[in-house]
Structures are given as structure tokens and as C-alpha cells.
Design a protein around this ligand. Sequence first.
Ligand code: G3P
Ligand code: MG
Length: 346
Amino acid sequence: SLAQQALPRSRQECPPVAFALDIDGVLLRGPDVLPAAKRALNILEGDNPFKKKIPYILLTNGGGVAEDERCKKLSAQLNRTIVPSQYCQAHTILRKLSHDYRDKPVLVLGGEFDKVRQVAKGYGYRKAYTTLDVLAWNPAVWPFHKLSEIEKTTTEDVDFSNTPISAIFVYHDPRNWALDVQVACDVILSGGIIGGPYKKSDRQTEPVKLIFCNPDLLWKSDFDRPRLGQGAFKSAFQAIFKQITGSEYPHVQFGKPTEETYHFAEELLQAQINDLYSVKNSLRPRIYMIGDNPESDIAGANAAKWSSVLVKTGVYDPLQGPPSHLPTHYAEDVEEAVKWAIVQEM
Ligand code: G3P
Ligand code: MG
């Protein structure tokens, strides 16, 4: 079959090879494309000894916009067509949970204005609200932020005094941590009704669910040093919640390095392999994860039994000593990483 033709002759009986590429610190630094990125994609798209396209996905803890919108932007930046079926961002996995919350009011945190509301609605969450909606409903909820004129245009008219929030989803990095921590505390402490009486958690009917989509404490943007990520927001929220209640609040975590996210990513790769080779390849693919963050990319790949390559263009800095999770291999950049992986498959 084509699947076997895509493999070097000596490995005809072996499973197909596939790649998962991290974005921030591997392909991009903030708005800038890393020089090695386009060369690495050229190799995967066919400029390789197999003379065939090698399946790959982009696997990021980033997000904040719809997958198709991000793919259009990535395609322009990388000068390669990236389609949503080969793209997994922090909150893509939430699409699978939408049936549980279809008509339940949920709070969605992070990103610009109400972009993540639009993403949530695209996933099937029909009653998705933002912390700016809460401020528009009652400015006294957080006296230290006045909605700007543009923010006002992005809010929905909701009476939160009778809109029980069933879950809080942190889609992307919150822009106003203070407002978002305050509203998240209000929702949880009052059993979903912002401003309602505080409930004793043991007498709460159904506790508010709290779901984070990206545990990154740090990530590499275009500043010289790594930046605080959604994991830092989670730490801030939990520290404040613990000060108030004596304990952190139970939560669900998605994103790299969680097993759920790597399993979800492997399903995407398997679907791509089956499409690409138009056969159902029953053999589990040999997957190479190329990342810059030992805590997310390397830890997750190692746990998923993928091969992992740690590059030096992002969070990981060799001068700071050994990484917290040891990769299969180290590489200067994504091009060198792809070339090394292909040599392993010859
Ligand atoms: O917000 C994005 C950041 O946390 C990391 O992104 O692409 O390195 O997983 P990435
Ligand atoms: Mg990264």
C-alpha cells in the first residue's frame, strides 16, 4: 500500500512515521517565524528521502481563536497550508465536552474581548459568557476596571442574578487576571449565582466545574526571557482561593502534557495517516514530538511513549542546567530535529 511505499524499504512492515510540532518557541516566537520552521515543513511536505509527505500536526498550548482562523494565520506565516485537521490547540479538546453543556450557562475565560465566546459557541456551547459580560451587568463586581468603548461592543446583556453558571472554562491566557480571579471566586463561592449567598460546598447541589486548558507556567514569545502562561494564572487563582477558603478548588486540567491531550493529538494523527495513505493503518504510528518546553512537550511525549526532541529555540535554556524531563534527543532547532528523526527511520 502507499503507507508502506512511504516507508524506507527496510521498514515496510513498520508503522507509519508522524510528527507533532509545538508552535511557540519551535516554529514561532511571538509574531516572528523562526528561520528553521519553513525548512522543517519543506522536509515533512516531501523534500525527504521517502519522497513522500510525512504526516504532521501542530500541537500547541496556545489558543484564543477558532482553529480555522488560527490555521489561516499560520498558513500565511509559514507559507504552507495548515488545515484544522492537523491543528490541536489548548481548547480544541473542549469540543468533545460541548454536549454536556449545550444549554447550560458557562463562563469562558481568556483571550481578547469575546473571541473565546465565539470559539465556545462554535464548539456547541450555546450559553457562553465572559467576565466582561459580568462587568457590563454590574460594574460593582470589580470596581477597578471600567469597560472601554470597544469592550462594551463585545458584551452580551445577561442578568447573572438568575443565570446559574455550571462551569468555568479557562480557554486561553486571561487578559485581566484580577477581574477573572474575582469573578471565578464569586461563581464558585456562590454556587454559580454571582453575588448570591455563599454556599457551604457540602450542601451545594452540583459544584461548579473548573477546567483549565493549558498548564504552562512559562512560554517563549518574542521577549528575551520566557513569559508567564495560563499555568501562572491558575497558580494565582488557586493561591487566592486557598487564602479565602483554606483549600484549593478541584479542577480538570487539559493541554500538554496531559494524557487526554496527547491521546486526542494521536487520534488526529491517526486520522491524517488513514486519509493520506487511504488505508486504515492498524499499526500505531511512530510519533516524534518536537518541542521547546520540557514540562509540557517533553513530559507529555515521554508519557505517551512518543519520541521527544527538545530544541534550544524556546523555553529550554541549556545554561540553566538539565531539563526537568529528559528528551529522546536534543536539537538546535526544528529543522535539525526533523532531520535527526528521519535518519532514525532510514
Ligand atoms: O499560550 C501559549 C503558550 O502557553 C505555549 O504555546 O505553542 O509552546 O505550546 P506552545
Ligand atoms: Mg512551545
